[in-house]
Design a protein around this ligand. Structure first.
Ligand SMILES: O=C(O)c1ccccc1NCC(=O)[C@H](O)[C@H](O)COP(=O)(O)O
Length: 205
């Protein structure tokens, strides 16, 4: 069953609602200067309010491994997402401490060589993160055999079903469930997460 990561969380109420609706993971943006950036101390306060079984993901862009590890500790996060052009050696260093999701941005069909990158989850995204930019789903074909493929980029409650037909490990969404940048829309969160998990299964018989 495909899982869901809700990214760009900045408020405790959005985190609680997403967790209550069955999200597998929440993403916190740690790339300074970007519009959903949140200070590690604020992330830590939100994470402290969550249950023990949800993954809290720190999203970094080209941050050196030592700094990633320090920030992860300060924010009390559990998974690292590398969203820039990080070399494989950086991922290997971080993986000694945390699971790593590596993101590749699609501007053309996916490159099968990405399957060899040392990571625990492989995410594909649109060209500009957090912008709602989509791409032709056929571009994912070379990666569909990855056991933990996470599909992101321009997802919304309306187009989610097309992606679910590909049966990825997880989907990731940010702007598609927002009322405005930094603020999740409760109705959109419900529409999105309601399509995943046992509640979306048809009634037996
Ligand atoms: O969301 C951001 O502002 C962001 C900034 C810098 C690096 C990564 C960022 N987001 C990462 C995500 O995982 C988003 O969920 C992903 O790009 C999909 O976004 P959207 O197309 O808006 O659903």
């Amino acid at each position: 069953m495909t899982k869901a990561k809700i990214c760009g969380i900045t408020r405790i109420e959005d985190a609680r609602l997403a967790e209550g609706l069955g999200a597998w993971a929440l993403g916190f943006i740690l790339a300074p200067g970007t519009k959903r950036y949140l200070e590690p101390s604020s992330i830590r306060s939100i994470v402290a309010e969550l249950g023990p079984f949800i993954s809290s993901v720190g999203v970094f862009v080209d941050t050196p491994p030592e700094q990633v590890l320090q920030t992860m500790q300060r924010a009390r996060l559990s998974v690292v997402q590398l969203h820039g052009s990080e070399p494989p050696e950086w991922a290997e260093a971080i993986r000694r401490h945390y699971p790593v999701i590596k993101v590749f941005k699609l501007t053309a069909p996916a490159n099968p060589a990405w399957l060899g990158y040392p990571c625990d989850g492989l995410m594909v995204d649109g060209a500009v993160p957090g912008s709602g930019q989509a791409y032709p789903l056929e571009w994912l074909s070379p990666l569909l055999r990855h056991p933990r493929l996470i599909v992101a980029g321009g997802l919304t409650p309306e187009n989610l079903q097309a992606v679910l037909r590909l049966n990825p490990y997880a989907v990731d969404v940010s702007s598609g469930v927002e009322a405005a940048p930094r603020l999740k829309d409760p109705a959109k969160l419900r529409q999105f997460l309601g399509q995943l998990g046992p509640l979306s299964l048809p009634e037996p018989g």
